[in-house]
Write a protein that binds this ligand. Sequence first.
Ligand SMILES: [Zn+2]
Length: 89
Amino acid sequence: MSEMIFLLMLFGLPAAIGFKLAMSRGKNPLLWGMLSGVFPFFLVVLHFHQPTHEIRGHFRKCDHCGRTFPWKDSVCKYCGAAVSDSETI
Ligand SMILES: [Zn+2]
């Protein structure tokens, strides 16, 4: 029984983190959750991955330079263009 819990921690935890990260980056959460569970290295890949399109609540796409940056930022970190207020939640 304790082996079950051990396996769950070993594979379930990175899988759960991978699932959440993939969702916030517009990737397939099931696929990336599974990959992260087997190879936790994929968590690093996901963490540094920048989405190429806007993901509401997670990443914005800059109107000025076209790069994506975290949703909570009010100014583009690449070119300094301010986010228009209409897009702010
Ligand atoms: Zn920009």
